[in-house]
Ligand binder design. Structure first.
Ligand SMILES: C[S@@+](CC[C@H](N)C(=O)[O-])C[C@H]1O[C@@H](n2cnc3c(N)ncnc32)[C@H](O)[C@@H]1O
Length: 422
């Protein structure tokens, strides 16, 4: 059958390409969902394809366990992804069984259609895959979370993987009540706004005038905890796409925003234009930036494995590798050493990562303090900036787990340091 002639097949064929690209780490889901085959879909079909891919990724562990028990050998490349989408349609989207089976069979190569039909019909007889939270994440990651946080928290983290998150916004200033009503937002501790609205955020009221930007409530904490006073100088070392730069600039700080990626820095520039905020945005490697200025406050929101962002990017879990975590922890260490040189005596440094991994969080703090005796931990206070009480570690840093606030939030690690005044 020609997939391009039938919109139902075309949307699923696009979902197949998206899933394949997302799982092979070639591009993020957002990029894949707007380009290529998905770019030629109607908005309704594109939303369906995206929802199908997200449902598949959010249940990938149980789906794969079920497929492994049913398939005698690994299917040819591409077929596993097609079967994954078929199973997701059967159990996680509101699609009649016959439609899920017929469209999946139609997209399979002719010689494999019998196999696809048998697998899906067998699964309809057996019912949905068992939903044991331990299998929602890759086994190696779940084992790490269990070792780092204990059994209960590891299960609670994994239980968030299947949940579709709301959208959080950071307001530039005070949002007027009429706009708040149109956005259907409620205010979260710290001042972020949360909405369950869906659809194209660029079409929402206040987007084009820069009244707010999309930013997870946890991602809004590092800049709030740095808390520069108006007129203070701030260096945002890894700034793109810019949410934290905008917060710092909106608070009246004089911000220098670096990012190594010119393409990503363009997003900072366009966000500054949209919001009417001011910052100096520079393309530079923050580890080696040849500028000897020192700043009142430095924010290092470092590149990381991003395992804490799985609520919106479940593919990160399946693309992450243990070797990435050790490579990234070396990068973080080099960036922290560079950050230390750029803080004025008496100034503050906030280090953050959207990772759940200890090497990228707690272990960086001990390494940094040992190497830089002029710095001490500046303990974060209970609830400071709207941070969840459950996230405050005894040492005074935040280890934010995705279940620490009602409705969920991204996993983050945040520590604040102060440099001696001498
Ligand atoms: C976690 S993201 C930053 C998110 C950003 N702070 C925000 O709130 O929107 C990490 C960023 O670090 C940048 N990056 C990675 N290595 C870098 C380096 N050596 N110097 C500067 N930027 C770097 C990446 O291009 C990426 O944009």
């Amino acid at each position: 059958m020609n997939a391009t002639a039938d919109p139902a097949l075309f949307a699923r064929a696009a979902a197949l390409k998206m899933l394949n690209a997302a799982l092979s780490g070639r591009s993020g889901l957002n990029e894949t969902a707007s380009g290529g085959a998905a770019g030629r879909l109607t908005p309704v079909d594109r939303a369906f394809a995206r929802a199908l891919v997200m449902a598949t990724l959010r249940h990938l562990g149980p789906i794969d366990r079920m497929l492994d028990s049913r398939l005698k050998r690994e299917p040819p490349p591409g077929l596993r992804d097609l079967l994954r989408l078929g199973v997701a349609q059967l159990f996680y989207l509101d699609i009649p069984d016959f439609a899920a089976v017929d469209t999946t069979v139609a997209l399979a190569p002719e010689r494999l259609r019998g196999l696809v039909n048998a697998v899906l019909r067998g699964q309809i007889r057996d019912g949905p895959p068992a939903l044991d939270t331990a299998f929602l994440a890759p086994a190696w990651l779940f084992a790490r979370w269990r070792a780092a946080f204990g059994d209960g928290d590891a299960h609670a983290i994994a239980a968030q993987i299947t949940k579709e998150p709301a959208t959080d916004l950071t307001p530039r200033g005070v949002i007027d009540p009429e706009m708040a009503a149109q956005l259907e937002v409620h205010t979260l501790p710290g001042g972020s706004l949360r909405t369950h609205k869906r659809g194209d955020v660029a079409a929402w009221p206040g987007f084009s005038s820069g009244a707010w930007w999309v930013q997870d409530v946890a991602a809004a904490l590092p800049a709030r905890l740095l808390a520069p006073t108006p007129g203070q100088t701030v260096l945002d070392m890894c700034a793109a796409p810019g949410g934290k730069t905008f917060q710092l600039a909106a608070g009246g700080a004089m911000v220098t925003a670096l990012d190594r990626s010119e393409a990503r820095l363009r997003r900072v520039d366009s966000g500054l234009q949209r919001t009417g905020l001011t910052a100096q945005a520079l393309t530079a490697d923050a580890a080696t930036w040849a500028d000897d200025r020192q700043f009142d406050a430095v924010l290092l929101d470092a590149p990381c494995s991003a395992t804490g962002t799985f609520r919106r990017h479940p593919d990160v879990l399946w693309n992450a590798k243990p070797s990435d975590i050790s490579a990234l922890s070396s990068v973080q260490n080099a960036l922290l050493n560079s950050a230390a040189r750029r803080v004025k005596p008496g100034g503050r440094l906030v280090y953050s990562v959207c990772s759940l991994e200890v090497e990228e969080g707690e272990a960086q703090v001990s390494g940094f303090l040992a190497a830089h005796p002029a710095f001490t931990l500046d303990r974060i206070l209970p609830g400071e900036g709207g941070s969840p009480i459950a996230s405050l570690a005894p040492n005074g840093w935040l280890r934010i787990l995705p279940h620490h606030a009602e409705g969920g939030l991204d996993g983050f690690f945040i520590a604040r340091f102060r440099r001696d005044a001498r």
